[in-house]
Design a protein around this ligand. Sequence first.
Ligand SMILES: [Zn+2]
Length: 365
Amino acid sequence: MINVFGSSNSKEVQAMHIHAINLPRFVIVGDNVLPKIDELLSRLLVREDVLLVRGDGFTKSPASLVKDYVSEMGLPVHEVCVSAPTVDVVSAVECAIKETRSCMVISVGGGKIIDVAKIASHRQGIPFISIPTSAAHDGIASPIASIKDGKTSTSVMAQPPVALLADIQLISGSPRRFIISGCGDIIAKFTAVRDWRLAHRLRGEYYGEYAASLALMSAQLLKRNVDLIARGLEVGVRTIIEALISCGYAMCIAGSSRPCSGSEHLFSHALEKVSKNGSLHGEKCGVGTIMMMYMHGGDWQAIRTVLSKIGAPTTAKQLGVSDEELLEALTIAHTMRPDRYTILGESGISRKAAEDLARITGVID
Ligand SMILES: [Zn+2]
């Protein structure tokens, strides 16, 4: 029997004739929506113990509010504070689920916290609710999580949140850099979808028009509202959050990260490997999108203009990496995930081509 839930990417391709779509059931976006947690838990018929997974620092105060709201409902709430999304931390949260016999996980935090809750709850066969405190990448509503095993990060298929509470005011209060990173992860869909289509035409890989259109729509919305977003208005933050949620739905519908992650993501993963400079996922993806759009023969200047207007990095220097590191990342990007066919092909690009690409697009001087 083919397991379409939680299967590896290569199996997903084979299993597309049995296409299972698992989507979040409730999504609430707006100002001051945290008190709505009781309504959500009632609708989901939660009557037993709940495990709250939170981070330290910025997420502490919203997590404590959520804990109070849940306690007021008469539900026993247990709490676990997590840091990095590592294999050990995920195991610790799994133990907490078992020990407390929780039937629901509520994650309050940034992408890393949500990733831990996503994997741990999935492995323990219980649902989770996502309450993001930042909008740095599209993991807030997706079924895919990133986990660190030793030095390397890998993407794993887990489950989407059963419900999502996105408080615009709360997310607007997170560092601006996180929101900018979210924009980079959204603009990446322009090249991710082109790569997906290419893999379909050259490799016969499954391609879902609906999921692709949904991912593209998010990127187009961002492009159209760039001035609003650049001004830092809350309405711009709402656009970003809704676009990130849509990207999550696109991945749920596709059954993989294909509509949202292509060659620009391979570049981002490669750069993460060669340089520990501390730049955010979406920041790297944004710069990757400029270069990969050039590779696709598309309007890379338009991508660069959008990122510049928002204040996102468009050069190696702004990413905090050396020209050498950036060029190395470009030449090894195709090895990051050999099962993911993109414009980089099977053998990648030569050092000379990488240099030309980075110079023409203004990523290096
Ligand atoms: Zn991403």
